[in-house]
Design a protein around this ligand. Structure first.
Ligand code: ADP
Ligand code: MG
Length: 322
């Protein structure tokens, strides 16, 4: 690659805030990154690609983009209870713009520092703006929170408030960000869209304390819970009135539309998990403060997902009737 690109990597990616703190890691600068695992550990790996004009609008604030690209990847680690270890970045750029790169790199570094996850390598190419991030995390061997562990009688929980990102989408498409939103509600929703909270600490606690299954909600609760049901070969009843909706979303769109988005909208990056009924879910105070966790239903032996109050089948398509 051209000399200019070595400078680019040194200036924007091999920098404080993005460097790994682990001393058994070889990061940027050699042909491969090297990472070490303890004998009783397993590596969790996940990759997500964001393409301009497909996954984010043109002229998007690069700082928000950097943050979001890493957040959606860390969310996959959270869903399996993994501890973030490191990440690699595949960056395709139409041109080399230092202001853009500095801002993008700052957004990445902000979240990377929170989770102490180092950027250990990547690839840089020219072309339409595309951001691929692969994250690595560690897990105690054989103990990952999978989608296939839900058992009849388990309670179903979700973290946070659902539907906020879907509520922000019209503003996102207009090119708005949290800072230039017209109202406080819109600013809150845009913040949830661009800066989702990967539930890393919650995921690890759930793994250590006996959750039976989990995933992160990226395509709407109804559809994603369906993945747990299918993998676990069980059914579920959902109490629609319990599904957590923020006061901002409800205030902006009314309760019917807010509930529809909470059930079917995408990009929440909250966790949905199942928990044995016999065991009380008692989160430590440190997690209670940051993670609003709500029971929304129960696993049943029937097949499919039904409304707990009416017994009517629930599907993402069937629910979008407003
Ligand atoms: P190679 O030609 O061997 O693939 P490169 O010249 O592409 O290596 O990259 C040089 C070094 O910089 C490697 O360690 C690579 O992992 C790292 N690197 C390249 N692009 C990025 C990027 N966008 N972010 C982080 N590291 C990068
Ligand atoms: Mg390369």
């Amino acid at each position: 690659m051209a000399l200019g690109e070595f400078d680019l990597i040194r200036n924007f990616f091999d920098r404080p805030g993005l460097r790994s703190h682990l001393n058994d890691v070889v990061g940027i600068g050699d042909d491969c990154a090297l990472l070490s695992l303890q004998p009783n550990q397993q590596l969790a790996q996940s990759l997500d690609t964001l393409v301009e004009g497909v996954h984010f609008p043109q002229k998007c604030d690069p700082c928000l983009l950097g943050y979001r690209a890493l957040a959606v990847n860390l969310s996959d680690l959270a869903a399996m209870g993994a501890k973030p270890h490191s990440f690699t970045l595949g960056l395709t750029l139409p041109d080399s713009n230092d202001i853009w790169l500095q801002s993008f790199s700052d957004g990445l570094a902000e979240l990377a520092s929170v989770h102490q996850v180092g950027l250990i390598g990547g690839d840089t190419t020219r072309g339409p703006l595309t951001i691929s991030i692969q994250v690595q995390g560690t897990l105690p061997k054989g103990q990952a929170l999978r989608r296939n562990g839900a058992r009849v009688g388990d309670l179903i929980y979700v973290s946070g408030y659902l539907g906020d990102s879907a509520g922000a989408l019209p503003d996102v498409l207009r090119g708005e960000g949290p800072k230039n939103a017209r109202t406080n509600e819109q600013s809150y929703l845009l913040e949830r869209y661009y800066r989702p909270t990967p539930r890393i600490a919650l995921g690890q606690w759930l793994l250590e304390n006996g959750a039976t299954a989990a995933l992160d909600i990226s395509d709407g609760l109804l559809g994603d819970l369906g993945h747990i049901l299918k993998a676990s070969q069980v059914g579920a009843e959902l109490k629609l009135s319990s599904v957590p909706v923020s006061k901002e979303l409800e205030g902006l769109l009314g309760s019917e539309k807010a509930r529809e988005l909470a059930l079917t909208g995408g990009d929440d990056y909250e966790l949905c998990f199942t928990w044995p009924d016999q065991k009380k879910l008692q989160l430590p105070d440190s997690l209670l403060a940051d993670n609003h966790v709500t029971c929304v239903g129960r696993i049943t032996s029937s097949s499919g997902l039904v409304d707990a109050e009416t017994g009517q089948p629930l599907s993402p398509q069937a629910y979008q009737h407003f």
